[in-house]
Structures are given as C-alpha cells and as structure tokens.
Design a protein around this ligand. Structure first.
Ligand SMILES: [Zn+2]
Length: 381
C-alpha cells in the first residue's frame, strides 16, 4: 500500500544521513562517527543502533528502517513543549511529547485513555477538561501555557498509569460475568494478496481465517456478537483494523497469526498485549487475557509456551479495548506445521481461545482449573 522505501545495511544518501542524525540525537550512535568525506553509509553501527531502538520501542526487531520504523524515529524526537499539539481527527499528531502529556494528565486524574502517543479525540477531551479546571481557554490545543500549567500541577506520582489500569479492570468487572451481549472482534492477520508466511504446505492467511471462523461459530453460540476485522479478500493495515474495532465498540480484539523463523527448531505459541516500558504503561486486562490464552492453548494442544509479551504494534496500540495478538505456532517448524494442518488441532485452538474469553469474564471465585472447562455442547453441531 505504501510506496515509501525501506533502508538497510549498505544503503547511502541523504535519507541515511537523516537516519544517522536522528539516531545520534537519541544517543544511539556517536555523532562524531560520520565520515568527514564521502556519503554517510548505513553501516553495522547504524544497524545495531536501529535494532536497539526497535527493541526499546517494543516493535519488530529487524535492523531495517521500514516506513514504520522511520515514523517511530520521528515520534521519538519530540519532547513536550517542542511544538503546539493541535487536534486533527483525520491525522492526529503522534510522538513522545503526546505520551508525556498523556502520562501527566493521568497522574492528575484526567482520563485520556491509553498512553499511546497519539493526540486522539479522548486525549483532546482530557486536555479541554484540564484547561477548564485550571482556568485556561478550553481550546484542546496543548500550547506552552497548558504545558506550564501541567508541570506546575503534576505531582509526579510514581504510578502514572494507575488510574487507567484501575478503570480498565473496573470495566471488565462491571461488564459482569456473562458473555451474552459482549462484542468481540476477530482479526485474522492477513488476507488477499497479503498471504502472510508459508511453510509445511500451509499459507498463514488461510490457517488464521479458518481458526477465526471456528472461534466465531463458537462465540455466536454463546450469544457473543462477533465481527471479523476484514474479509478474506484483503488486508487493511493494522491501524485501520484497530479503528474498525473502536467503531464497533468492541469489548475485546483477538488478532491471529502464525510465526516464521529461519531456524526450523523455533516452535510454540506466544501471546502479545499492549505494553511499553518506556511509557511505563501497559494494558492489564490485555496482559491477563494473553496469559489465559497462553495457558489454555498450551494445555490443550501441547504447543510449547513461549510466554506473553508487551508490544506496541499498531493493532495493540490504537485499540481502545483490551487487545491480544496470538502467534499460533511456526509454519517453519515441521512439528508445528503438522499440527496446524490438522482439523483437530484447529478445533482445540478455537476451544482454547473461547474458554480464555469465558474465563476473562468469569468472577475469580468461579474459575475452574486450566484445561477443565469444556465446550462439549458446542462440539455436537
Ligand atoms: Zn502474520
């Protein structure tokens, strides 16, 4: 969809000079290391710095400056107060300055939703509310006067995201233990020309759509309203998928993928929730649901447990509800691919996901041990 280039080791030119400059400003490479003559080159030092940057940003670590990594480098360069933040529903400003603002607002008790570095309508609303409270014109523009007022009032509480964390788990509690009436979005990772990874005679897009269909059938029998983020004919970008779930007012989003690795021994299942150490913020419900999925899948299928991890991929970052991405095995692993080819295994994966959803909404005292809840009545169709 995008025509922006990707820069990698060996490249040179003005864009590489700009990348080096950004990395130097972030303290990731030595600014003095740029050769005095000749073009700046994307060398090993740059690649290592990019990897380090991607790791600290909790995004895919490949050492290449893709359009996504370029955007993150730009975002990382902003500090609160560097620029006025002006509301723009179509193209909101993104950056570390916005994340800094969101943390301050949360600390002071103004609910701006998730600390995601996006100057979105919820954040603008919180800024207006803050401005009203301190007697500034409620413009929704974060200007110098607003930043100064924030800094004056910010009591620098240690746990900036606590309020949002409490609200997120309160929302689950007040939603009650019943599943009927919930809205869930299933997000098959690929579609159309974007087939995802291939291995063992399997195509990722087909596998994840098939499992998503099985989950959907089960959830609908439990009176859960279930939507797909897109049809099999296409593959919207992750931000669009998140926006669709927001528009639907979903209670939960589950993104399904299979993984790929050059080493055929890489095998197992991993689950990812929104989490960002740098912003000191994560989705507690997303983390809990990731843990539930992980336990149910490994108990029912024998796939290795690769754990749960906080990441900032767009589908996790821009969703307003708890969201989890599950990597169900490696298509490059002969062991995992053989399992993924079997109907029985796909049924077990679907059962595991649905039981994890049930557990998320069950009151803690009625929680049965892992692998015990069965969906026998649903199997008989
Ligand atoms: Zn995928």
């Amino acid at each position: 969809m995008t025509t922006e280039p990707t820069y990698r080791r060996g490249d040179s030119g003005p864009a590489v000079a700009a990348i080096r400059e950004r990395l130097a400003r972030l303290g990731l490479i030595d600014a003095g290391s740029i050769p005095a003559q000749g073009e700046p080159v994307f060398d090993d030092a740059v690649e290592n710095a990019v990897r380090h940057f991607q790791q600290t940003r909790r995004t895919t670590v490949d050492g290449m400056v893709t359009p996504g990594t370029m955007r993150l480098l730009e975002e990382a360069s902003w500090r609160l107060g560097d620029r006025d933040l002006v509301p723009s529903p179509a193209e909101p400003p993104f950056g570390d300055d916005v994340a800094e603002l969101q943390r301050s607002l949360l600390t002071l008790g103004f609910d701006c939703g998730r600390v995601n570095g996006a100057y979105d309508p919820t954040t603008v609303g919180a800024v207006r509310e803050f401005q009203r409270n301190v007697g500034l014109p409620a413009t929704g523009v974060t200007d110098l006067a607003t930043v100064q007022a924030l800094n004056r009032l910010n009591r620098r509480m240690a746990h900036g995201g606590l309020l949002h964390a409490m609200r997120e788990s309160e929302a689950i509690q007040s939603a009650g233990p019943a599943l009927p009436g919930k809205t869930l979005v299933l997000d098959p990772g690929h579609g159309g020309a974007d087939t995802g990874v291939r291995g063992g005679g399997l195509i990722e897009a087909e596998v994840v759509f098939d499992i998503a269909d099985r989950v959907k059938t089960r959830l609908e029998k439990l009176s859960v309203t279930t939507h797909m983020s897109h049809g099999p004919g296409g593959s919207p970008d992750d931000r669009r998928r998140a926006e669709k779930a927001n528009e639907l007012g979903a209670d939960l989003l589950i993104s399904l993928h299979c993984d790929f690795h050059s080493n055929p021994a890489a095998s197992g299942v991993a689950a990812f929730y929104y989490g960002n150490d740098r912003f000191g913020h994560s989705s507690p419900t997303g983390e809990r649901f990731a843990g539930l999925v992980q336990r149910e899948v490994t108990a029912r299928t024998g796939l290795a447990n690769l754990g749960t991890h906080g990441m900032t991929w767009d589908v996790l970052r821009y969703t307003q509800m708890p969201a989890v991405r599950i990597e169900l095995g490696y298509l490059t692993s002969p062991h995992d691919a053989a399992l993924l080819a079997s109907q029985r295994f796909r049924e077990s994966c679907a059962d595991a996901i649905v039981v994890a959803v049930q557990r998320l909404y069950l009151p803690p005292e009625s929680d049965a041990p892992t692998g015990v809840l069965r969906l026998a009545e649903l199997r008989s169709h």
